[in-house]
Unconditional design. Structure first.
Length: 115
């Protein structure tokens, strides 16, 4: 299954985003999906995860109070919504399968929050 992220762009401090990640095929109900982000020269950072069935969400502490991960199985899409963005969150955002085994990383979508 190929995952394609989109929805990035240039935001503003305190703004919001909603990133879709569309799967090319049906994802099995046993899979767990997640969003990550990575800045140039830094390690990839976990943001949020969810079961493909829509349950058992968890979030990085830095985003938990202002983010929502969700799935829409009718359109094979995983969403990440974040509010109150900061310039430090200028990253490439990726989605991927994390369970039962990690998937192949796509190119992600660039989010830029100017300072």
């Amino acid at each position: 299954v190929q995952l394609v992220e989109s929805g990035g762009g240039s935001g503003h401090p305190g703004g919001s985003l909603k990133l879709p990640c569309v799967a090319s095929d049906i994802i099995p109900s046993t899979h767990r999906m997640a969003w990550f982000r990575q800045a140039p020269g830094k390690d990839r950072e976990f943001v949020a995860a969810i079961n493909w069935t829509g349950g058992d969400t968890n979030y990085a502490r830095s985003v938990k109070s202002r983010s929502t991960i969700s799935v829409d199985r009718t359109v094979n899409t995983i969403y990440l919504q974040m509010h109150n963005l900061s310039p430090e969150e200028t990253d490439v955002y990726h989605c991927n399968k994390v369970l039962p085994t990690p998937g192949v990383w796509g190119v992600g979508t660039q989010v830029t929050v100017p300072s």
